[in-house]
Ligand binder design. Structure first.
Ligand code: CA
Length: 232
């Protein structure tokens, strides 16, 4: 079954360029020109796996707001932002948006499809066999690979799929310093050609969700000039 993707873009030329290329790559695409329309479509198509969101849009909702709302309602959905300017990029890489990845315009069909394929694989939509049901435990955390859930003191935390994959990598490698390059490669995949900043963005967001004191992280600690480590 082809995976369903939403494309939100108000400029028709860009939207049809994106949609044609995604369809050619085998995706089932639904499209919207405003944030309001996008949210309506997602409600009507709850099987949508991934959303590509333009930021500047006509109407009351911009792409970042759509991203926040999608994240709240569908934490497992993949989100890629389509950004036009550096100022937009700063907002996207900020904490608030919750996007998994971003593509800067103008982009080639090859880059577009590579990014979408990579995120789609990370979301595990390809019908991969489920892993062992073994649970990983560390301090107050219990991670279930089968259910893809993380609990802290018995309370389930809302994580994106990318955040979950990062935590899993950490918990499988306790007390080992992981370089940002290694985290990028193992979570985003070999074919990912974005920059390292996306690792830091996701770590910052994860810390807000899992740390008791984000100013003094105790679980994901920084290894200066290198990367991050699970444990102090
Ligand atoms: Ca636009």
């Amino acid at each position: 079954m082809p995976q369903k993707l939403l494309v939100l873009e108000d400029e028709e030329n860009i939207r049809s360029f994106v949609v044609i290329n995604l369809k050619r790559a085998g995706y089932d695409v639904i499209e919207a020109g405003t944030g309001e329309e996008a949210l309506r479509l997602i409600t009507a198509h709850p099987d949508t796996r991934l959303a590509l969101l333009d930021i500047m849009l006509p109407g009351a909702l911009d792409g970042l707001e759509v991203c926040r709302r999608l994240r709240a309602a569908h934490p497992g959905m993949g989100v890629i932002m389509l950004t036009a300017k550096t100022q937009e990029l700063d907002k996207v890489t900020g904490l608030v948006s919750g996007a998994d990845d971003y593509i800067t315009k103008p982009f080639s069909p090859t880059e577009l499809i590579a990014r979408v394929d990579a995120l789609s694989r990370r979301l595990g939509g390809g019908g991969e066999p489920s892993e062992s049901s073994a649970k990983l435990r560390s301090g107050p955390f219990t991670l279930s690979a089968r259910n893809r859930t993380l609990q802290k003191n018995g309370v389930k935390l809302k994580l994106t799929q990318v955040e979950f994959n990062i935590i899993k990598l950490f918990m499988e490698n306790p007390d080992r310093a992981l370089s940002r390059e290694e985290i990028l490669r193992r979570v985003w995949g070999e074919e990912y050609f974005g920059d390292l900043k996306i690792v830091d963005v996701n770590i910052r967001r994860l810390r807000i969700k899992i740390e008791d004191d984000t100013a003094n992280p105790a679980f994901i600690t920084t290894v200066w000039g290198f990367g991050y480590k699970w444990g102090g």
